[in-house]
Design a protein around this ligand. Structure first.
Ligand SMILES: NC(=O)CC[C@H](N)C(=O)O
Length: 369
């Protein structure tokens, strides 16, 4: 038997599955009805224990194609019912086997509705997944004495740069904890992608002569990577930039806007977002606990392009003069609807237009000479 102990002392007892390792992290909930494999392997969950609100998890197993990273950084999985015998033609192993192999603890038999209501009411908090043999008081003491990590990006970003070759546009993808889905969208479009560590300098990036820069998603507080914010500020206006989730928050900070922690965030696959330019509503996949402050945009050159229809938080930004745009949600989906995958095409179109503009500029110069 295992227990999930929340920072406020609330304790849930259930059956352990996956790894028996004890972990402490931030407890959050995800409302997706499918996609547990992608959620568990999304590096943005580094440092977090995830509760699935969908009541049955594990029923279609784990397959070889749907990973978002090789080494998941999630700290625990909390479910109502854990399916031990998956049934699906793509299944390669059970969720339990996978979690054991990756040293991720799981707990089942939990009243996840009650747990989610607590998180919604009091906000995300620290939690610990441990054996029932440990007295709750002792667990609470350990939790109090242990701060949550603030170096999650460092934990999940690539250590060395690497290339995924293609014959199309050259994209430098700054890896803050990139989901494979983003890479898939670029390789689908035949781009030549150089994935670089989060601390790569603006000069090193420019030396790669990219046609565009992609800022990936990633875990933690965007303010925990100040060097990346400075790098982005230097690159804005020089090379077209597209930011997703953490990348979006970093663009906002690099432009002088502010971000703050949300009470319980948005994590799920059915988050409605309104595009203020077209009036259209799209259903998006999301996973974030921080957001850009709307009022902080007034002193910047960023325009608000999209908003959440659930709570009106910032979902999209575009720079008024530089070729820079971003979204808080995940256009690469995985998991989730692909209503917004066209944004990758929009990014490549922006690159085409930028290059046409530069060519035009240089041919005007030639005429004058
Ligand atoms: N998926 C992401 O990139 C998440 C961004 C950031 N870590 C947040 O929680 O808001």
């Amino acid at each position: 038997m295992k227990q999930l102990v929340l920072e406020d002392g609330t304790t849930f007892v259930g059956q352990g599955f996956g790894s028996q390792r004890e972990t402490m992290g931030e407890i959050v909930f995800n409302t997706g009805m499918t996609g547990y494999q992608e959620v568990i392997s999304d590096p943005s969950y580094c440092g977090q224990i995830v509760t699935f609100t969908y009541p049955l998890v594990g029923n279609y197993g784990i397959n070889r194609d749907d990973f978002e990273t090789v080494d998941p950084a999630i700290l625990g999985v909390v479910v109502k019912e854990h399916c031990e015998q998956p049934s699906n033609f793509r299944s390669e192993e059970s969720l339990d086997e996978f979690l054991k192999a990756k040293r991720i603890p799981g707990i089942s038999g939990i009243d996840t509705r009650k747990l989610t209501k607590i998180i919604r009411k009091y906000g995300t908090m620290k939690a610990m997944l441990t054996s029932v043999d440990r007295p709750v008081n002792q667990v609470l003491e350990t939790m109090e004495a242990t701060p949550l990590a603030r170096d999650q990006v460092k934990q999940v970003s690539t250590i060395k740069p690497y290339v995924v070759p293609g014959r199309g546009y050259r994209i430098v993808l700054i890896d803050f904890g990139m989901k494979h889905g983003i890479l898939r969208e670029f390789t689908k479009r035949n781009c030549h992608v150089t994935v670089v560590p989060y601390h790569t300098s603006a000069e090193e990036i420019e030396r790669l002569r990219p046609d565009g820069i992609m800022l990936s998603n990633g875990p933690g507080d965007p303010k925990d990577v100040p060097e990346s914010i400075q790098t982005i500020a230097k690159l804005m206006g020089r090379i077209p930039i597209f930011g997703i989730c953490l990348g979006h928050q970093l663009i906002a900070l690099a432009s002088g806007a502010d971000t703050s922690k949300m009470k319980f965030g948005h994590r799920g696959a059915n988050q409605p977002v309104k595009d203020l330019r077209t009036g259209r509503t799209v259903i998006t996949s999301q996973n974030h606990g921080y957001a850009v402050n709307t009022e902080s945009l007034t002193t910047t050159n960023l325009s608000l392009t999209q908003v959440s229809l659930n709570d009106e938080t910032v979902e999209g930004l575009a720079h008024e003069s530089h070729n820079v745009f971003s979204v808080q949600y995940h256009p690469e989906s995985s998991p989730g609807p692909d209503d917004t995958s066209h944004l990758f095409d929009e990014f490549l179109e922006r690159i085409t237009n930028e290059q046409a503009k530069l060519k035009e500029g240089s041919s005007c110069l030639n005429v004058q000479i």
